[in-house]
Design a binder for this molecule. Structure first.
Ligand code: SOE
Length: 383
């Protein structure tokens, strides 16, 4: 395969995760890193031997050698950067949530189609091998008809009022923080695994810390745990710490999930349970190689990731044999491999979440916010 040159825009937690995952593909070179400052860009570039570093992401878009870009910046910058990258004819992979509003996301979907370039929203959590196994079991009818989907995406990195991150401020991350940041992952996975759409929602959000201690200097995602009180100032909070959602799924199924970034001991716990008319399945991101299978008339099972035991379409997402764990960073590799392999294959259907999938989750988030504000059930707008 002809080598592809790409660039990473964003030097925080996600910028580094994306850069490392791209480096593992074997046919893609990271030619440049762009950040909010030349120093931050150069620091990440030097850590991985990347030649170019810049504080001007548009200079990357002007480079004819660079065919694609990853947008790993705060959510409020996604629309401007993705639009500029598409206008420059780049293939674009953007972190979720795709934009701040459905209107912005819809514009990106239309522009990407008009430009005829590959586009992806980074709903990478689909690509744990055992999540794919759950999906393939449902597709094969092994769970029967889906009756219930339930679970949570819970973390604890924003538990204390001294924990701070750009996501806390709506002006940087959007009106929905926990729901936009990790709730979008849960909903994308629920729809991906069940093959059905969330059709209506009843949501209740809570902001437990009405003010937080904002650091005098920027902090990276998850790094706030090391700050001291003297480093901070009191700042008002306009986004939620927690949310709970009831939903209808497809024509018959029902569901419920919570999202939290203040649940002590939950480090990155996306848990999803699917209950069908024949059997059920349950998966937890903190034990990613295991899949629990529930039976009414037989012993329940815990299947440990072993490609030789998985459905072939699920085994395609496992690069290592049984007993060799594949985790969070591997999911980025699996998504990026399919994204970059699709670039030279004009007309081949994308095997990954495109901007349309990002728009889909923005529509779900719109309904969450409207339901919470109106304290009523809200229909999710159709695609
Ligand atoms: C922080 O909540 C975060 O890094 C999210 O932004 C990611 O999308 C998620 O995969 C892990 O947690």
């Amino acid at each position: 395969m002809k080598r592809i040159k790409t660039a990473i825009i964003g030097t925080g937690f996600m910028g580094r995760v994306h850069l490392e995952a791209v480096r593992r593909l074997g046919f893609v070179d990271v030619a440049a890193v762009a950040g909010t400052s030349a120093e931050k860009a150069r620091a990440l570039a030097d850590a991985f031997g990347v030649e170019h570093a810049t504080a001007d992401y548009r200079s990357v878009l002007r480079s004819r050698d660079i065919q694609a870009v990853h947008i790993c910046t705060p959510n409020a910058q996604h629309f401007e950067m993705a639009s500029a990258a598409l206008d420059a004819g780049k293939h674009v992979l953007c972190e979720k949530p795709l934009a701040l509003t459905s209107a912005e996301a819809a514009t990106l979907v239309t522009l990407a189609a008009a430009k005829g370039v590959r586009n992806a929203t980074c709903h990478n959590l689909r690509y744990y091998p055992m999540v794919q196994q759950m999906r393939r079991m449902r597709e094969a009818g092994e769970l029967g008809d889906v009756l219930i989907a339930q679970g949570t995406y819970s973390q604890d990195w924003l538990l204390y009022d001294t924990d701070w991150n750009w996501r806390v401020e709506a002006r940087h991350g959007g009106a929905l923080r926990a729901m936009g940041d990790i709730g979008s992952h849960w909903c994308d996975m629920a729809e991906h695994v069940t093959g059905q759409s969330i059709t209506s929602i009843c949501a209740d959000l809570a902001t437990f810390h009405q003010t937080r201690k904002r650091p005098a200097r920027p902090t990276k995602t998850f790094s706030g745990k090391s700050l001291k009180p003297g480093d901070c100032v009191d700042a008002p909070v306009d986004t939620e710490d927690f949310g709970s959602v009831l939903f209808h799924l497809g024509d018959r199924a029902r569901g419920a999930f919570t999202v939290s970034q203040v649940s002590a001991g939950c480090k990155n716990r996306l848990s999803i349970e699917i209950y069908g008319t024949k059997a059920s399945a349950s998966w937890n991101q903190e034990r990613p190689d295991e899949l629990w299978i529930g039976h009414r008339n037989g012993g329940n099972e815990v299947v440990l990731k072993d490609p030789s035991l998985l459905a072939p379409a699920a085994a395609a997402y496992a690069d290592l044999p049984g007993g060799h764990s594949e985790g969070y960073d591997d999911t980025f590799k699996q998504l990026f491999r399919r994204f970059y392999q699709s670039i030279p294959e004009d007309g081949v259907a994308a095997e990954y979440p495109q901007f349309a999938a990002g728009l889909r989750q923005m529509r779900v988030l719109d309904a969450v916010l409207a339901s919470h504000r109106g304290r009523a059930w809200v229909e999710v707008a159709a695609d």
